[in-house]
Design a binder for this molecule. Sequence first.
Ligand SMILES: CC(C)(COP(=O)(O)OP(=O)(O)OC[C@H]1O[C@@H](n2cnc3c(N)ncnc32)[C@H](O)[C@@H]1OP(=O)(O)O)[C@@H](O)C(=O)NCCC(=O)NCCS
Length: 182
Amino acid sequence: MYPPMKLSLDELRLRTLGAADADLLVEATGEESAAALWGPRPAGPYSSTDARTALRAWDPESAGPVSFGVLRGSRLVAAVGLMPSGERVAELAYWVRPGQRRQGIGSRAVTAVTRWAHEPAGVRRVWLEINPDNEASLRLARRSGYRFEERLPRHCRCWTVDDPERDGWHDCLIWVHDLDAR
Ligand SMILES: CC(C)(COP(=O)(O)OP(=O)(O)OC[C@H]1O[C@@H](n2cnc3c(N)ncnc32)[C@H](O)[C@@H]1OP(=O)(O)O)[C@@H](O)C(=O)NCCC(=O)NCCS
């Protein structure tokens, strides 16, 4: 379990998201047509049920994944997730709501959450899994101080169809940020 997060980045506030934040997810995903942070489904806007289900799965009181909201005023503009994957190791994921992209919000939030993950949260190694076609994510990773580690062939599910038997798999690029690299 990670400690609760509360950070300020100029006009942005970052904080741990919990069960009471479902309405924020519904509002923020309203214009989305693809997957948001909390999983491949739903692709597109979240209903209240979707949002409550997502926040139960990303319960900050558990030893599992936790999500952090990036708020400007009362609006959720982005979210970053931390998913423990071993002793002091965690995968990081990120999403910026459509309409707020390409303003530096993603890289500012990822830089801040990565620093927080190292200290005070105590994660030694933070890693990203990126689709080679996702130019925005690759550039964000580089800008946020991550380094490319390896390419895993056909490692990630495409989620183009719900049936796993009929779905495709694509290569994934692993990028890492080690505590020593701060
Ligand atoms: C990836 C994502 C989080 C980027 O967030 P953002 O707030 O737009 O990113 P920033 O504004 O901080 O930009 C970071 C870098 O990416 C570049 N970038 C952003 N969007 C881009 C795009 N559509 N195409 C090419 N480059 C892009 C920026 O120019 C910047 O590059 P630079 O550092 O070389 O100048 C956002 O596009 C998103 O939410 N995408 C959908 C979810 C997703 O793909 N998550 C990552 C899964 S691995």
